[in-house]
Design a protein. Structure first.
Length: 245
């Protein structure tokens, strides 16, 4: 089987290699099946996010953040559990997003900023899907390596920022509205968007490799991870721009 790579931590070649070693009577992974499950996960995220938005609770938000992280780790390391863990992740992540979105909307310009972030995320998703399907941007080894390196660098920056936060400092704080920080935010949005190309390619390769049916849930989960990342970065970008007005 050809090696399948993505910078998305949920998507890795080992996961598909292990999956294709096992046989299942449920059939094989398909792109259509993955699309359907992605839609379902999106609806679950929107439902739980709406609940947290309408019933503000810091506790619910933190349960969503911590629980979503745990569910994501379980799904990443145990893809065969994804038919259960992926929907759980979506519900918990929705709780987190609802709370975070409410906080940012109250601090930076009202609910319109959330609508703009959602609309922008949808727009970027379909734009990248168009670029992928038409072959305007071809996913090759060079592109994969570049995006993976950029994503790794961003992950390292997140870690450094988190460590600094323990000592009362945070250069990625929303209060940092310098043009340099806005530029960094734009770069991160761009990298997140290009990760969608790798995710599309990864799912397509997985379907062609004959991975088990449960991998549709795993594929949908991985795509959801990227979309959540993209949405949060767009939301932060809009918040910073709003603060400069």
């Amino acid at each position: 089987m050809r090696q399948i790579q993505s910078s998305n931590p949920a998507f890795n070649s080992k996961a598909f290699k292990e999956a294709t070693k096992s046989s299942t009577a449920d059939g094989a992974m398909t792109i259509a099946g993955t699309v359907n499950k992605t839609i379902l996960l999106t609806l679950l995220v929107l439902a739980s996010a709406s609940y947290t938005w309408l019933n503000p609770s810091t506790t619910l938000m933190w349960v969503g953040i911590i629980g979503g992280l745990i569910a994501a780790l379980v799904t990443s390391f145990k893809p065969n559990l994804s038919p259960i863990s992926a929907p759980v992740y979506a519900l918990l992540e929705g709780m987190a997003l609802g709370g975070i979105s409410l906080y940012i909307s109250q601090s930076f310009g009202g609910g319109s900023i959330v609508f703009q972030a959602v609309a922008s995320t949808i727009g970027v998703f379909f734009a990248m899907l168009f670029l992928y399907r038409t072959g305007i941007i071809k996913v090759n080894k060079k592109l994969r390596s570049g995006i993976m390196a950029a994503t790794g660098g961003i992950a390292l920056m997140y870690i450094i920022n988190m460590v600094m936060g323990f000592f009362g400092g945070s250069f990625l704080s929303l209060q940092n509205t310098s043009w340099m920080m806005i530029g960094i935010n734009l770069v991160i949005v761009g990298v997140a968007a290009f990760n969608l190309l790798l995710d599309f390619d990864f799912i397509e390769r997985g379907a062609k490799s004959g991975a088990p049916k449960y991998m549709e849930w795993f594929g949908a989960f991985g795509l959801m991870v990227t979309l959540v990342w993209l949405y949060l970065e767009l939301l932060k970008l809009l918040a910073r721009l709003q603060s400069r007005d």
